[in-house]
Design a protein around this ligand. Structure first.
Ligand SMILES: [Fe+2]
Length: 313
């Protein structure tokens, strides 16, 4: 099957391979913010996340002067939240074509950072030239400041409908944590290199005690262009060993054995397709095999942690 990429990896257990490339970041974060360390250990437990409603939420103010009219197509926020609570996932929050075009206009006139490294800056259409110039293989091309630099994305991350969904689900004023826009390139790369970009193992993200992330495809995505995969319902239903383990990465076979293939949701659709996911659901991005994928992610939580933007993927 298309997602069985991790089965050909080395003899080291998969969850250790993922931890091997991430532990330095975890260590840096733990040193900077003890609140993050506490959250990292505790938030994996569902009962702690439920308790957080009473103990960990702090009042936060959203930015003033939010737009009153949503730029999103007609959606039913209550219905979305109901589906989302059950599955930890909902697909069908679509962007108008005008907004998709505006984001592409930004991309066409901006440089991205190869593999998120500011030293590898290039226009995305010059990827092959940049790879030769820097002697690197680029798996992703990231636009680091889109939340400020792109007017269309700035508008989207304060969209009243998006914030209403986040508020109803989080049961608190949503705190904007990050906005990311990036290309995932159809390229040859080792599985070890892909580990840095959440493309190999199913995992869940320890972002906050309660969090919600909105994704939008900016290019058409099919099975050959790196669809996102979510394990429906896995935010509520995790094996005890998945919760007790320090490691959040899991092999395809481990996931299939416990959840079955019926609960794997491969997200394919046209440019503009939006979906919302609970980061505690197991998920991953399939490496694109033929066509590049441009994707936007906007994340909300209920607390802030120092230098959050450099942490999660
Ligand atoms: Fe992730």
């Amino acid at each position: 099957m298309i997602f069985l990429t991790s089965m050909n990896f080395s003899s080291m257990p998969n969850y250790l391979k993922r931890f091997e490339v991430k532990w330095k970041g975890y260590y840096k974060w733990a040193c900077k913010d003890y609140k993050w360390l506490l959250m990292f250990f505790l938030s994996r437990f569902k009962f702690i996340r439920n308790l957080s409603t009473y103990f960990f939420c702090q009042p936060h103010e959203n930015p003033k002067n939010l737009p009153e009219i949503s730029c999103l197509e007609s959606i039913e926020e209550d219905k979305i939240v109901d589906f989302f609570k059950k599955d930890g996932f909902y697909s069908g929050i679509n962007l108008p074509s005008k907004l998709v075009k505006e984001i592409h206009d930004y991309v066409d006139t901006s440089n991205c950072y190869g593999n998120r490294n500011p030293e590898f800056s290039f226009p995305y259409i010059e990827k092959e030239i940049a790879e030769k110039k820097y002697n690197e293989i680029f798996i992703i091309g990231d636009y680091p400041n889109v939340g400020q630099d792109c007017q269309a994305i700035r508008q989207l991350q304060t969209d009243p409908k998006l914030l209403e969904i986040a508020t109803k689900y989080l049961n608190a004023k949503p705190v904007h944590l990050s906005t990311k826009l990036w290309w995932s390139y159809a390229t040859e790369a080792t599985l070890a290199n892909r580990l840095n970009f959440a493309q190999v193992f199913f995992h869940y993200d320890l972002i906050d005690y309660r969090s919600i992330q909105f994704f939008f495809y900016l290019t058409d995505v099919d099975l050959s262009s790196g669809p996102h995969v979510c394990v429906l319902g896995s935010h509520q239903n995790k094996k005890l060993t998945h919760q007790l383990s320090f490691f959040t990465g899991r092999s395809d076979q481990d996931i299939i054995n416990y959840y079955g293939t019926d609960n794997l949701k491969f997200v394919c659709g046209k440019a503009g397709l939006g979906f919302v996911e609970n980061p505690y659901c197991f998920h991953k991005g399939i490496p694109p095999s033929q066509k590049n994928r441009l994707m936007l992610k906007i994340v909300f939580g209920v607390n802030t942690y120092q230098n959050y933007r450099s942490y999660q993927n």
